[in-house]
Design a binder for this molecule. Structure first.
Ligand code: ZN
Ligand code: ZN
Length: 132
């Protein structure tokens, strides 16, 4: 079943064609700064992510030498993460941007060693200190 989603203001709309991969909740310091707490996303093949509307409102911020983060320039919603490498096969899509119900659940918490002190990790999903 295909999934769809969008940003807070609704200008950026996308769909995911085909199967989705692993759902991770990332507790790294960059994801905390970017999202407000931690950032949960689902991995999908690059060519499975189709921007249906608002492509001109989607900007990419190079958060490190190897990765960039896609966001809506109107509302600021944190939507996507991908490796800058052209050959990178996958893009991470924010599960909070997906229309409900997503049918997804977190498979793995990553970078828990960097977790902020103001929240707790709940649930039974496995945890990895690094990138898992
Ligand atoms: Zn928006
Ligand atoms: Zn992260």
């Amino acid at each position: 079943m295909s999934k769809a989603g969008g940003c807070l203001c609704g200008d950026v709309r996308f769909r995911i064609e085909g199967e989705t991969g692993r759902v991770t909740a990332c507790h790294c310091t960059q994801c905390q700064r970017w999202s407000g707490t931690y950032w949960s996303s689902v991995s999908v093949p690059q060519d499975a992510l189709v921007i249906e509307h608002g492509a001109e409102s989607l900007a990419w911020y190079p958060s490190s030498e190897r990765a960039e983060r896609g966001f809506c320039v109107i509302c600021g919603a944190s939507l996507f993460w991908r490796q800058i490498d052209e050959a990178a096969p996958h893009v991470a899509v924010a599960i909070g941007a997906l229309d409900q119900p997503t049918g997804l659940s977190v498979d793995l918490h990553i970078f828990t060693a960097d977790k902020g002190d103001a929240y707790q990790i709940g649930g039974d999903a496995p945890r990895a200190a690094g990138d898992g």
